[in-house]
Design a protein around this ligand. Sequence first.
Ligand code: AHR
Length: 533
Amino acid sequence: MAFNFAIARMILFGLALPGMSLTATVVRAQSVRLTIDTYKTGAKIDRNIFGQFAEHLGKGIYEGVWVGRDSKIPNTRGIRNDVVQALRALRVPNVRWPGGCFADEYHWRKGIGPSSQRAVTLNSNWGGVTEPNTFGTHEFMDFLNQIGAEAYISVNVGSGTPQEAAEWLEYMTTAQATTLGKERAANGHPDSYRIPYLGIGNESWDCGGNMTADYYLSQLKIYSRFVRNFNLAQQDQDKMLRIAVGPSGEDSPRWTEWTETIMKAYQQHTWSWDIDGLSVHSYTVGKWPPSYASSGFGEAEYAQILKFTLQMDGLIAKHSAIMDKYDPQKKVAMVVDEWGSWYAPLPGSNPGFLVQQNSQRDAILAALNLNIFARHADRVRMANIAQMVNVLQAMVMTDKEKMVLSPTYHVFKMYVPFQDATFVPVVFDAGTYTYGDITLPRVDVIAAKDKAGKLWLAITNVDPNQPLNLEANISGLVAKSVVGETLTAPKVDSVNTFDSPNTVAPKPISAKVAGGKLIMKLDPKSVTVVSVE
Ligand code: AHR
């Protein structure tokens, strides 16, 4: 079907040449001109927008991160070395844990103390499997330490109490010899832990307790007051950012009202409660329940999913406008702490484990969303892709001792230079890519200057058929050289598998500087990141 459409379009635009067989493909490069003025800079692209999400869900933690100390899979204190090594390269800024829906049924005490004595509970949200609680607070903090990331803890508001959450925070953060501080030391960690990000509940309008906005607000005020950084010596210098539950991504008055309720209350907040962030959850699903295939699809599904994903921009703009009304100084960050693709479960997998493939379409989807976050960097200061390992749009997939890097992983790695870089506006006419009744911008570009002043560009050629000739005029910089990498694949649904792990892998891009201009040719359906000096 995709092929027929391509042929129809070629004929429509007079692209079929005399004598050309109807099975031939016309590949005519399109062009895009960019103008980059490096004197003009925007907001800092907070490195936290490259955050990850690791929930006790399917094989996200157990097998994906935690294999146990006695496992034959090489590990450090039970945490698998291959996954750690892969994630370290991404410079993951923060990891949100333990959920998700799981967080509102998580009771932290079950996950501390001698492993063999920990309670086995039920993971009723995700597949109804048993939860051994062998990966608890200490193991999570060890994992963070191994990958070099910071903690974003979601506390249980749905089925817990403010006391339980406050005690967990005291257990983790106090530097004093309180009973809880001593218990932490007895469990192997005399030093207090640093918890820079605290989520107060998760989707409290749904799996987190089916609360109305007003009811949640009353809970938020209580938790914000009592659940805090108990490291008194550091409380002022080392602020723990509190993130309130915000709206879902659907386009409905219910969600704008939710944002209104929380932000209006924030405007009137007193010294005794406060928030620093408002979360937004928005998955690229297409239709509910998730039914788009994650592999074995064609151009139609490629175009449809990318159309859905681009709605992220309007969603952020809509909720930002409400936030601006009550917080014009943009003190409260928008935290998109669940985003990514959510497709039909892989045939044969436990549907509660949310296992899906990760294709070149996901690489493009990831780049487009990261670009959207970067453009809204003044408000969007944190985001967490769902999820890190083996679940939904994962960075890596594991199968016993094997591990494979996903196309999305490669995009996150290529984008590392954008962490904490300063946004530089780019002017360009994106042109269009059309499939059936779907028309999308053909190209997307962001630019930023890193701390050393080096200019970086990320360019996505959305068009799956046509290469793109790019020419960039850069003012404020005498360009001499350009180097970088590009990620493309044979097909829109190409994936990496345990047997063929490098079907989708970055390769060096051939680009040049001529007459002060940057010139390169971009493959169809590609993501490219270059630095210019
Ligand atoms: O990421 C999977 C689930 O999606 C999370 O647990 C929940 O918060 C959301 O609905």
